[in-house]
Design a protein around this ligand. Structure first.
Ligand code: NAD
Length: 339
């Protein structure tokens, strides 16, 4: 079995590559990644000499490059993680989100049609459903919740989902889609909430929290996400969407306070900053379908996952220090220092 994993130098794609190479010793895993600011070859360092692993630097929207890789490798399965993934960056520069998340998805599926595959899997997000009011904790997103996006990021991901469903209906492409809640764990780029707070707390820097920190997210340990995708690509029904979530809802402020407590740091480090425009209030996934059909359940409790994550950041300081001392520094100054 040959699997092309796009975006494998990023957070979830990188974890997925480690996960798959660990479980299947007869699979060939091919990473295709453009190495944008979010792609990091250090994430793939542990597998780079594995004979079952291969890497191509390419943009998923570059048709010539993508077709050449398909022609050469003749993959069975494609798992598309490649994306521009940060909501704040999509507010600064929506165009690149359309290029990668929409056009790139189209090019990949055209390659699948041309060369033939057994499964194209699109990694999507619960953000395509919009948000839920804080006053209705009884509401959850199901796979039939209408798409209702808030940011250029979520709009580009929803557009990609619609294109994937259209390729299934029109061209009979064997697709599946998963929509996942917020992930956390090793190799998470330090612009996202949990790694940003860990890195700042360790450096005794202020912890910037949007608004009053009331926004609720449903946190899923990244390895639980990987196990869900592994099940879907092997046993999921073609043409279906599967929601993946942990029933692990926390406000951003709760998460920040847990991190400070774990690290023995003072809550005085918290600094409330101007809220993000259009900031979604609450995301909450109903994962009953994947549980009932495929028997998937997350195994990592938030209390354990956050401890493992903090330990990983303590043990792998070089990995994130290289990032925060590089080009990312200017982005951080622009976004958080003047508020
Ligand atoms: P990430 O930003 O950490 O990684 C994205 C990767 O894609 C990087 O390695 C980058 O170099 C690569 N990439 C970007 N543009 C590319 C292009 N044009 N061609 C090839 N490669 C390109 O993202 P992530 O957090 O790992 O998210 C992976 C996927 O999961 C995304 O599709 C995202 O929408 C989805 N998702 C993420 C979360 C989350 O909590 N992080 C939750 C739900 C869904």
């Amino acid at each position: 079995m040959k699997i092309i994993v796009t975006g494998g130098a990023g957070f979830i794609g990188g974890n997925f590559i480690h996960y798959m190479l660990n479980i299947y010793n007869d699979y060939k895993i091919i990473c295709l990644d453009a190495l944008t600011y979010a792609g990091n070859m250090e994430t793939l360092e542990p597998v780079k000499d594995n004979p079952c692993f291969k890497f191509y630097k390419a943009d998923i929207a570059d048709r010539t490059a993508v077709y050449e890789i398909f022609e050469k490798e003749k993959p069975d399965i494609i798992v598309n993680f490649a994306a521009e993934s940060h909501v704040d960056r999509s507010i600064d520069n929506p165009g690149i989100f359309l290029h990668t998340n929409v056009i790139g998805t189209g090019v990949l599926m055209d390659a699948c049609r041309k060369y033939g595959i057994t499964r194209y899997h699109q990694v999507s997000t619960d953000e395509v459903y919009g948000d839920l009011p804080l006053s209705r904790p009884d509401l959850f997103f199901t796979e039939t919740t209408p798409l209702h996006t808030s940011s250029p990021y979520s709009a580009s991901k929803a557009s990609a989902d619609l294109l994937v469903q259209a390729y299934h209906r029109t061209f009979k492409l064997p697709v599946t889609i998963s929509r996942c809640s917020n992930n956390y764990g090793p190799y998470h780029f330090p612009e996202k909430l949990i790694p940003l707070m860990i890195a700042n707390a360790l450096a005794d820097k202020e912890l910037p929290v949007y608004g009053k920190g009331e926004n609720v997210r449903d946190w899923l340990y990244v390895q639980d996400h990987c196990s869900a995708i592994d099940l879907i690509i092997h046993k999921g029904r073609v043409g279906e969407v599967y929601n993946i979530g942990g029933h692990n809802e926390k406000t951003n402020l709760e998460v920040v306070k847990i991190i400070l407590k774990e690290l023995g740091k003072s809550e005085d480090l918290i600094k409330y900053v101007t809220d993000r425009p259009g900031h979604d209030m609450r995301y909450a996934i109903d994962p009953s379908k994947i549980h009932n059909e495929l028997g998937w359940l997350p195994v990592t409790k938030f209390e354990d996952g956050i401890k493992k994550t903090i330990k990983w950041y303590l043990d792998n300081a070089d990995w994130w220090q290289h990032i925060i001392n590089g080009e990312y520094k200017d982005y951080y100054e622009k976004h958080y220092s003047k508020k």
